[in-house]
Design a protein around this ligand. Structure first.
Ligand code: ADP
Ligand code: ADP
Ligand code: MG
Length: 699
């Protein structure tokens, strides 16, 4: 590797994010072990989604060439576009692509990469990649393989913590994995307890056990699951802490023996043992407990001469003042931006510089914090349905202007079931915690993602809930704040349906000539001058049908009648913006229409409708007559579209093929006729009930 012509002065350069905007050179440093110079000019990002985009951003700022990798599902993903160059590493399933160290190494060779950044998840906490990198002279941007091997498994890391004098959650970690020993240790620990997979992560591989009788079956299932999911069946036992806070400390070590902390984060708001909201600093934390947290995290880092960025996680039982060690994550954390916000450092840059052998740029007493930052994880999930993952194509995407967003999706992105559900993160910074809460809620209200359902409306409700607002959240937050489950606020639903129906009936038809208004000969009522005056449509929301009658009153003004209640609306449209005036009130909304599917955002409320003319609806319900509307019977990916607008089809002719749960399903026309609309394309992810194709029946 060639030395850079302008060696950098690390201490001056990386202590401040703003100073780094002026730096162009690549890294040059001396690795203490070999004495040879390491220069990172190009870096391969072995990950996808928001974290890959975020790592590419730092590379760009530092003048490092970034190289992305992608699976088939991610060919057009934002992280591919964010990098200077990208290489295909395999088919869509992670085990065939992002989890294949050999494919990553092959991409490194082809790209001539000097370094690899693993991001989080995937290969980031496996010693395999740094080991392979070492044999090929590639810098691994993370801790050395032996640190990962030591701290990755929960059992080993707790043994190390014990030796370093850092107390863990009471329980059992040991090599004796026999049922008899685990039972004995469970009784000693006491119930309720938690059985965890040593190799688990991402909130998976843990189960609560409330009594001795439940233990034996729990161990059996846990072992089997751990073996299948993580390839390691070792289990540990922990006391189940009933109302804990999750507190963690960002630490950083270099290859010269220095270890510092960058303060703590509170990540208590979780679902399914996975974080949803994270903040720094931790609110309402007594100084004495904070001191213990920071001290213990650094002690653990020193004990293993930790040599990159890592996070030491603790839980704190309500009413106690002893934080207990939970696990260590030997990688960049999803929530690292809140630490960046309060310290002013770019943590990806820290990782790169540490990996290239530079000493830490600052001493502990030079690391300051300022203000308060909160991050919200926006995932494609139905928060009102136990956070089940949702999928689909992102049909509209608009980021808030005033807060930081780290995102892995854009308009047109397909959200699939191949990877985890994190789409983007919104990060608000304020001088005070309440400023930061207010900024986050405002930013989330401004965030438009149409297509798959997202957690955005839930996150707004969570941030504004008094328990969170007052800094009192524990990991039981969701049950405490929403004891009957969270349901989205739907104050504007009648208005949203009315607006959707009007947008639908006034939209040009797919052929671009007529609106439904003109097409629906059988359903129009002639106005006084012989013009069109009324149209009946059915707005379907979730599983419910709402029939509406729309009347055009005069230019831009309509009445929408549902259940005998009429609303008079004035609509102005500009692109995807919709100004709705009703009863002297003017509302700015955002909408997106894709065939018969309409999404509307009003404030923090998000609506998703399928609109059909009453004719299509009546026919679809059966009663002998056929509709010609071909709906997706389940969520899936359109494998093939066999017809185009204008084609003549026969009844039972296959018009499209859907791939769902690894099955191919042929979709047939239920009537013979002419194809009027094709609202899908091959490769597109579709929801159940989406109208894909419309055939106008032969008369
Ligand atoms: P953090 O602790 O950074 O908040 P999470 O626990 O939410 O991280 O996990 C971050 C990502 O890493 C998620 O995509 C999660 O699914 C993944 N992940 C973490 N540990 C593992 C593991 N052992 N096996 C598979 N995926 C993991
Ligand atoms: P992962 O590797 O999946 O991140 P962790 O051990 O870090 O697993 O635990 C994840 C979350 O699960 C914690 O933040 C906490 O909410 C919950 N949890 C874990 N262990 C316990 C415990 N012993 N008692 C109560 N809650 C726990
Ligand atoms: Mg954890």
């Amino acid at each position: 590797m060639m030395a850079s012509s302008s060696p950098i002065k690390p201490v001056m350069c990386w202590a401040s994010v703003s100073a780094l905007h002026r730096r162009k050179s690549s890294f040059r440093a001396t690795a203490p072990s070999t004495g040879c110079e390491i220069v990172i000019r190009s870096l391969l990002i072995a990950n996808r989604g928001e974290i890959a985009v975020r790592i590419a951003r730092t590379c760009r700022r530092l003048g490092i060439r970034s190289i992305a990798v992608f699976s088939d599902a991610d060919r057009d993903a934002p992280h591919v576009k964010a990098a200077d160059e990208a290489f295909r590493i395999g088919p869509s399933p992670a085990r065939d692509s992002y989890l294949r160290a050999d494919a990553i190494m092959e991409a490194c060779r082809r790209a001539g990469a000097d370094a690899v950044h693993p991001g989080y998840g995937f290969l980031s906490e496996k010693p395999e990649l740094p080991t392979l990198c070492a044999t090929e002279g590639i810098v691994f941007v993370g801790p050395s393989a032996d640190r990962i091997a030591a701290m990755g498994p929960k059992i080993g890391s707790k043994m190390i913590a014990a030796r370093a004098g850092v107390p863990s959650v009471p329980g059992y970690v040991g090599d004796d994995q026999s049922d008899a020993r685990l039972l004995e240790e469970a009784k000693r620990t006491g119930f309720p307890l938690m059985v965890k997979a040593s190799a688990g992560g991402g909130g998976r591989g843990m189960r609560r056990v409330f009594s001795e009788a439940e233990l034996a079956p729990a161990l059996e299932i846990a072992r089997r699951e751990a073996e299948a999911a993580f390839g390691d069946s070792s289990l540990l036992i922990e006391k189940l802490v009933l109302r804990p806070r999750h507190l963690e400390v960002q630490i950083a070590g270099d290859k010269h023996g220095n270890v510092v902390h960058l303060f703590e984060r509170d990540c208590s708001v979780q679902r399914k043992n996975q974080k949803l909201l994270e903040e720094a600093p931790a609110p309402n934390l007594p100084a004495s407990i904070r001191a213990k947290l920071l001290e213990r995290a650094v002690a653990l880092g020193r004990a293993i001469a930790y040599d990159n960025l890592g996070t030491v996680e603790f839980i704190l039982e309500e009413g106690r003042d002893e934080p207990w060690f939970l696990e260590m994550n030997t990688r960049l954390q999803v929530e690292h931006p809140v630490t960046e916000a309060i310290t002013g450092f770019d943590l990806v840059e820290w990782q790169i510089r540490i990996a290239s052998g530079e000493p830490l740029p600052v001493r502990q007493d030079q690391i300051r914090e300022r203000g308060h930052a909160i991050e919200a994880r926006i995932t494609a999930e139905r928060a009102d349905q136990d956070f089940r993952p949702d999928i689909g194509r992102v049909s509209a995407y608009r980021e808030p202007r005033v807060i930081r967003v780290d995102s892995g999706v854009g308009e047109g992105s397909d959200v699939t079931l191949f990877y985890d559900s994190l789409l983007a993160k919104a990060i608000a910074f304020g001088e005070t915690r309440s400023d930061s809460c207010a900024g986050l809620a405002a930013g989330l209200r401004d965030f438009i993602i149409f297509g798959p359902a997202t957690t955005t409306p839930f996150l707004i409700a969570a941030v504004e809930h008094p328990i969170f607002a007052e800094g009192r959240a524990t990991t039981r937050f969701i049950e405490d704040a929403f004891p009957d489950g969270w349901t989205p606020q739907r104050k504007e639903s009648a208005l949203a349906r009315a607006a959707a129906a009007i947008v639908f009936v006034t939209a040009p038809s797919p052929e671009g000539t007529q609106s439904v208004w003109q097409r629906l000969a059988g359903f129009r009522v002639l106005g006084p001058a012989g013009g069109l005056a009324a149209s009946r449509v059915v707005v379907r929301e979730e599983q419910a049908d709402h029939p509406l009658t729309i009347e055009a009153l005069h230019h831009g003004r309509y009445s929408a009648t549902e259940n005998g209640k009429a609303l008079e609306l004035d609509l102005k449209r500009e692109g995807s913006l919709l100004e709705i005036a009703v009863d002297g009130r003017v509302i700015q909304a955002t909408f997106q229409m894709h065939g018969a599917n309409l999404a509307i955002a009003i404030g923090e409320e998000r609506y998703s409708f399928t609109v059909s003319t009453e004719a299509e609806k009546t026919a679809a319900k059966g009663g002998g007559s056929k509709s010609g509307a071909i709906l997706s019977p389940m969520p899936g990916i359109v494998a093939e579209v066999k017809v185009a607008v204008g084609d003549i089809v026969e009844a039972r002719q296959v018009v499209a093929v859907l791939e769902s749960m690894k099955l191919f399903i042929s979709l047939e026309a239920d009537v013979g006729g002419t194809v009027k609309d094709v609202a899908c394309a091959a490769g597109e992810t579709v929801q159940a009930g989406t109208r894909l194709i419309l055939v106008e029946p032969n008369t």
